[in-house]
Design a protein around this ligand. Structure first.
Ligand code: RIB
Length: 311
């Protein structure tokens, strides 16, 4: 039977412009093409969890606009349960403006819209969702007070709590979170926001992960883009090199990673096995354009892993 995972977070319609290079401040760059795709860190992670085989429930908000219809349809096509997704009559659906350069790197600005109104009441309205839930996965594109409330509820129901602290928070996180969260999955910029330590190489990555452990984190899985990921706990630290793929768009690679890690942990896998599975899912997400369209299936990840020399 598949493990039950709850994702609380954002859903955005992504407007993606591709260009040879990302614009500098004040610069206009002529692009090559434009695409729209369903996105939002929370929604991407929920779609990925479902494609990776978890029974996935999403809690969040979309508007009553056409984007809201499309975002809901994308959840349903992936098999995500949307019983607790609110349609907000007062605020439009979230939108993300994304630039992608020819190496696949991106820059993103999110206009949160309805995501900014995901509330404690929305979590309370979904109180039944915790029955048999094995894990909660959250990110920071909805109000932090709601994230904290969801963490508390999940912890009270003995679910594993995974926090993808994206985008980097602009305020210090409440100290009590550290005792409740099982695994943190920041990227380089996010861990710098959390610890003040800039990640420039493996040594500084280890220092930043250690600083987060010193704040009370139980386990940190730091994603390092083309350099793979670093797992740090109070007992050991291990670097996992990235799988080599032809990257066309890194958008949502971190979402695929966080989702895959959460699904494996929800199934009872040990952390190191979950990180290898997540590295593969993150790598595969870079090989396709768009956020949700690039979230890999379970078969794709397992076939890919069979074709690789594992660390
Ligand atoms: O992580 C990628 C996502 O960030 C995009 O889908 C965009 O919507 C923003 O939320």
């Amino acid at each position: 039977m598949s493990a039950k995972v709850v994702v609380v977070g954002s859903a955005n319609m992504d407007m993606v412009a591709f260009a040879p290079k990302l614009p500098a401040p004040g610069e206009t760059v002529l692009g090559t093409r434009f695409e729209m795709a369903c996105g939002g860190k929370g929604a991407n992670q929920a779609v990925a969890c479902a494609r990776l085989g978890a029974e996935t429930w999403f809690i969040g908000r979309v508007g009553t606009d056409a984007f809201g219809d499309i975002l809901l349809q994308s959840f349903q096509e992936a098999g995500v349960r949307t019983d607790f997704v609110q349609r907000d009559p007062e605020t439009p659906s979230g939108v993300a403006l994304i630039f992608v350069d020819e190496t696949g790197q991106n820059e993103i600005v999110v206009a949160p819209g309805a995501n900014g109104r995901v509330s404690r009441e929305d979590i309370d309205a979904a109180s039944k969702v915790w029955d048999n839930a094995k894990a909660l996965l959250v990110q920071f594109e909805i109000p932090l007070s709601t994230v904290g409330y969801a963490i508390g509820e999940a912890s009270r129901h003995s679910a594993i709590v995974v926090v993808n602290p994206a985008p980097a928070p602009r305020e210090p996180l409440p100290e009590e979170w550290f005792g409740l969260v099982d695994v943190w999955t920041p990227n380089e910029r996010e861990i710098e926001g959390l610890t003040g330590i800039a990640v420039t190489d493996l040594e500084s990555a280890e220092s930043a992960a250690k600083a987060l452990l010193d704040k009370g984190a139980k386990a940190v899985v730091l994603t390092l883009g083309a350099n793979g990921s670093l797992l740090a706990t109070h007992d050991f630290t291990r670097h996992f090199p990235a799988f080599q793929v032809q990257a066309v768009d890194a958008t949502a690679a971190g979402d695929a990673f966080a989702a895959a890690l959460t699904v494996k942990l929800a199934e009872g896998a040990p952390l190191e096995e979950a990180v290898i599975f997540a590295n593969a899912a993150g790598a595969l997400a870079c090989t396709k354009v768009g956020a949700q369209p690039s979230m890999p299936t379970r078969d794709e990840v397992e076939n890919f892993l069979r074709s690789q020399t594992l660390p």
